[in-house]
Design a protein around this ligand. Structure first.
Ligand SMILES: Cc1cc2nc3c(=O)[nH]c(=O)nc-3n(C[C@H](O)[C@H](O)[C@H](O)COP(=O)(O)OP(=O)(O)OC[C@H]3O[C@@H](n4cnc5c(N)ncnc54)[C@H](O)[C@@H]3O)c2cc1C
Length: 125
């Protein structure tokens, strides 16, 4: 019979991309013991492929940028079948999460005066 190593945790996160890692950080910050499981190599999730940018209404290059525009783009892009409350929270909280990533050392392209650079992607007003 095969031998298995057994681990016990308060919280088990499945997936070690950006979503899973951020969930694990949040759970650990609450003082829980966290286990993280992924089926690919750790650090090789799709998240590390994303180098084009991240959508968040930072308002760094266009003063009309705000969470409502991001929310409306997200709902329209989802053909209005999105969970509107999740889209609202996403649009409202994205800037803070991006600044958090910046403070943790994530690299971003910069505007001339040193702020995180922004440009339009598909679906962005
Ligand atoms: C080439 C490429 C370029 C991209 N560029 C951009 C970009 O510029 N900007 C942008 O915003 N988005 C971009 N994206 C999309 C973006 O990468 C994803 O939307 C985002 O990374 C998803 O994050 P996630 O944590 O949900 O999933 P992922 O990063 O895909 O992580 C999923 C995790 O779950 C694990 N997993 C899956 N199934 C199982 C299972 N059954 N059991 C255990 N573990 C499992 C995987 O091993 C992995 O660790 C790009 C995607 C690709 C592929």
């Amino acid at each position: 019979m095969a031998e298995y190593e057994r681990y016990e945790h308060d919280v088990l996160v499945i997936g070690a991309g950006g979503a899973g890692l951020r969930a694990a950080i949040a759970a650990a910050a609450e003082g829980t013991s966290v286990g993280l499981v992924c089926k690919s190599l750790l650090g090789k999730a799709h998240t590390v492929m994303a180098e084009g940018g991240v959508a968040a209404s930072l308002g760094n290059v266009d003063e009309r940028d705000n969470w409502q525009v991001h929310f409306s783009d997200t709902m329209r892009g989802g053909q209005y079948v999105n969970n509107w409350r999740m889209a609202e929270l996403h649009a409202k909280e994205a800037p803070e999460r991006v600044r958090e990533l910046e403070a943790w050392g994530a690299l971003f392209d910069r505007t001339g005066d040193g702020r995180i650079l922004q440009r339009n992607f598909g679906g962005h007003k």
